[in-house]
Design a protein around this ligand. Structure first.
Ligand SMILES: O=P(O)(O)OC[C@H]1O[C@](O)(CO)[C@@H](O)[C@@H]1O
Length: 544
């Protein structure tokens, strides 16, 4: 990273790289005090990382080198930090208590407040039955049609906060264009009680528009072509008023947001309307309040050694750019957070999966790792084998709640014991000698134990973070999501990346249009040999 002086860190890495986590614990007493932070109920234990005080000091020095404080202020104050698209980045304003944030001299807080009022009023009307279906029946089923940032955030939150749902309210999500998702859901719903929420920042996304058109067709076929009823049953969440009205959704049924809200940062905006309809507007506000609390912590904790998103980000930099660990696994232990890895996957990989810096220069260092994961407890019975004994080391973030008042203690105790034990196993491992002694104590012959013990060695020395929430409530979920947003931001600053465009998604979309034309006309145009062959394979099938 030529823009940084890494000499100190590089030398330090040479000294530290062969020390095991257990050696680091032996060298430093009270590591769990030294390497844990707490903020507003959230507990962050990062003691099981390959760091010591010197590492931390040197990593923190990077924040000075890149002038992180100035970047943070630039984002919060509405400067156009998305330089390739000349846009401000103000998802934080959506949950802010400030009364003024200016973009091009316009106070965007006024715009935000007015859409929030519209959302609140719509929620009240729908929940009270004032906004009913065309036949007068109450709307009880929300179908969110959207993809990427117009899907993953609402999916995560609605799944996580299901216990908070409005009485009798159901929600389903349609993202893929394969037709199965749409048809499966349409087969089970009642047009009289269903609201279709078309969620798309651009209102041009092929998958979403195709699904929306098909849903509209289905609706009309079920209502004797009652076009007037569309107004009660279709609403749009978008920045593109023109495309929304062209689609046939009236302006008053559109909930707006703005180009200073990135798709993957949009659940706090009108894109969150599906969430608010499902869990109620007050709970949606709690989600925003939690995120705002993390925003304040991030913005105001100028001693970065105490700043949780900053530390989380620096640990990631340490592993990616020094240890060459280019994969990060997220293991949420509460089933309610099962979609959290998918959400963070878009957040981090679409933001920081880049190899050109802000100034258009090719990057010669590693940037975003592969982010993946699923429910931690399920992972234990699937891919944790590789994490424990595989040939690569993959740092892990374990996310767990202290209490799940919608579960029960016996189950929660077991969940906790598993999460803690996994982190312990990753760090401590098991030696050949211990494995052999265990086998002998189980009655195995010495010759067999000699052999089998080789397969039961755990190298350990695998780092993990533990992020503990008091509970999975709207407030703490908001805090957790904002924590990862800010972590992503800090890493982008250190890698000198614009974390707020996503040009890497464009080529595939562009080529898909050309391939679709070939399929529709049955004339294969100019592609590479392999692509021609596979298009022809499909054409052969559909021409039968
Ligand atoms: O909300 P839209 O405009 O339909 O876009 C959906 C998603 O597609 C992307 O543009 C990627 O193709 C994401 O950035 C975005 O979240």
């Amino acid at each position: 990273m030529k823009h940084l002086n890494l000499a100190d860190l590089t030398n330090h890495f040479q000294e530290l790289k062969n020390k095991t986590l257990l050696e680091l614990f032996a060298e430093e007493k009270g590591r769990n005090q030294l390497y844990s932070l707490a903020y507003n109920g959230l507990h962050f234990d990062f003691s099981k990382n390959k760091i010591n005080q010197s590492t931390l000091a040197k990593l923190l020095d990077l924040t000075k080198q890149v002038k992180l404080s100035e970047h943070i202020e630039a984002m919060f104050s509405g400067q156009k930090i998305n330089n390739t698209e000349n846009r401000a980045v103000l998802h934080t304003a959506l949950r802010s208590e400030e009364t003024s944030v200016l973009v091009d001299g316009r106070n965007v807080i006024n715009d935000i407040s007015s859409v929030k009022k519209q959302m609140k009023s719509f929620c009240q009307k729908l929940h009270s039955g004032e906004h009913a279906g065309f036949s007068g029946k109450k709307i009880t089923h929300i179908i969110n049609i959207g993809i990427g940032g117009s899907d993953l955030g609402p999916v995560l939150v609605c799944q996580a906060l299901k216990p908070y749902r409005q009485a009798g309210m159901k929600i389903d999500f349609i993202s893929s264009v394969d037709g199965y998702m749409l048809n499966d859901i349409l087969a089970d719903i009642d047009p009289e009680t269903t609201l279709f929420v078309i969620a798309s920042k651009t209102f041009t996304t092929q998958e979403t528009m195709t699904n929306a058109m098909s849903a509209r067709k289905w609706f009309l076929s079920k209502t004797a072509n009652n076009t007037a009823a569309i107004a009660q049953h279709f609403i749009a969440l978008s920045t593109n008023e023109k495309a929304v009205t062209e689609f046939g959704i009236a302006k008053e049924n559109m909930f707006a947001f703005w180009d200073f809200v990135g798709g993957r940062y949009s659940l706090w905006s009108a894109i969150g309307l599906s969430i608010a309809l499902y869990i109620g507007y007050d709970n949606f506000e709690q989600l925003l309040a939690g995120a705002n609390s993390m925003d304040k912590h991030f913005r105001e904790t100028s001693d970065f050694s105490q700043n949780i998103p900053v530390i989380l980000a620096l640990l990631g930099i340490w592993y990616v750019n020094f240890f060459d660990y280019n994969s990060l696994i997220l293991s949420p232990y509460n089933t309610r957070l099962t979609r959290f890895p998918a959400y963070v996957q878009q957040l981090e990989m679409e933001s920081n999966g880049k190899s050109v810096d802000k100034n258009g220069q090719r990057i010669s260092y590693n940037t975003c790792p592969v982010v993946w994961g699923d429910s931690g407890i399920n992972g234990q019975h699937a891919y944790y084998q590789l994490l424990h004994q595989g040939s690569q080391i993959i740092p892990m973030d374990i996310i767990i709640a202290l209490s799940d008042r919608f579960s029960n203690k016996e189950h929660n105790d077991i969940l906790w014991s598993n999460a803690v034990a996994q982190a312990e196993a990753f760090m401590c491992g098991k030696t050949y000698e211990t494995a052999k002694a265990e086998l002998l104590s189980q009655g195995m012959s010495s010759t067999d134990a000699d052999e089998i013990a080789k397969h039961k060695i755990f190298d350990g020395n695998r780092p993990s973070n533990m992020i503990v929430l008091p509970e999975i409530s709207p407030y703490y979920l908001g805090m957790l999501i904002a924590l990862y947003e800010h972590k992503t931001f800090v890493q982008g600053v250190i890698w000198n990346i614009n974390s707020f465009d996503q040009m890497g998604v464009e080529l595939g979309k562009q080529l898909a249009k050309a391939v679709l034309k070939d399929i529709e006309t049955a004339v294969v145009s100019n592609h590479d040999e392999s692509t021609v062959a596979i298009i022809q394979h499909y054409l052969n099938f559909i021409s039968k």
